[in-house]
Design a protein around this ligand. Sequence first.
Ligand SMILES: NC(=O)c1ccc[n+]([C@@H]2O[C@H](COP(=O)([O-])OP(=O)(O)OC[C@H]3O[C@@H](n4cnc5c(N)ncnc54)[C@H](OP(=O)(O)O)[C@@H]3O)[C@@H](O)[C@H]2O)c1
Length: 284
Amino acid sequence: MPTVILGAGGQLGSQLAALWPEAIPLPRSRCDLGQLETLPGVLDETEPTLLVNCAAYNQVDRAEVEPVAAWQINALAPRALAHYCRERQIPLVHISTDFVFGRDSQRSTPYSETDAPGPLSVYGTTKLAGEHFVLAASEQNLVIRTCGLYGHGGTGNFVRTMLRLARENKSIKVVNDQTCAPTSIRDLAEAIDHLIATRATGLFHFVNSGAITWYEFAREIFSFLKLNVDLSPTTSREFAAPAQRPPYSVLNCDRYHHQTEQAIRDIKSALHEYLTELTTREQH
Ligand SMILES: NC(=O)c1ccc[n+]([C@@H]2O[C@H](COP(=O)([O-])OP(=O)(O)OC[C@H]3O[C@@H](n4cnc5c(N)ncnc54)[C@H](OP(=O)(O)O)[C@@H]3O)[C@@H](O)[C@H]2O)c1
């Protein structure tokens, strides 16, 4: 009786598919969350006992000009999945984001699950709506918020972008006024596994431990790899991305720790492991 992974072509979906060889991975080509009317038929063919939704409209800046598309994938699709699961009495695991926070410009301590959200962007708002739909549909459901993901699958991430810019010998400016906790997809996938194994339900935070700005994170990448790069800090105002990001969105993971009794790796250790693996892969 299978676990079904939606959004299986993405970073997290592909990592979970590797962790759970018995699961059925459904990439967008097999299950398009933009086609809500086809979902029950496609899903029934797999006879799921657990659905894990890793699909999302993740283009944070583009969502500002495509709010309907973002709402469709981040809010209406999770709602449809939650209704599907409720009718068949199976649990839904859904992934959300630290971008549900940010409105509190003075915040400097990690947010817990009981803190009131306050998104600044269309992406954050639609993800928050998705959380509410999933949690309102059934007490069996599980929502996990995370942040700044990087791993080997999917089409790209911040670390790979930094390395590409360095290879192109570009001057790199990175914001130094957004503090968060970038997280290894491998650690997140294992955390999801622990939460499911301990029958967790409701809302949980999971990120690697510590706090860092994106500029500091980029500096750590280049310093660990001993790359001489023209890197300098900038501000969100100067960078002027279309979507506003949280100035501080570190997540408190005490609830995860109490539920699973698992330790959480710190940001730099997880990053160093990933960078070591990336460079080893490139040499082969
Ligand atoms: N990435 C981050 O930094 C980050 C941070 C916090 C939270 N999250 C959350 O973590 C989860 C996993 O993120 P990720 O990094 O693995 O994202 P990802 O690599 O961008 O993967 C998302 C997947 O969703 C798929 N998708 C998009 N629209 C779809 C549709 N209409 N139907 C079916 N699938 C669709 C994408 O397919 P295509 O490849 O075909 O587009 C992609 O495979 C998401 O819920 C995201 O919101 C991510």
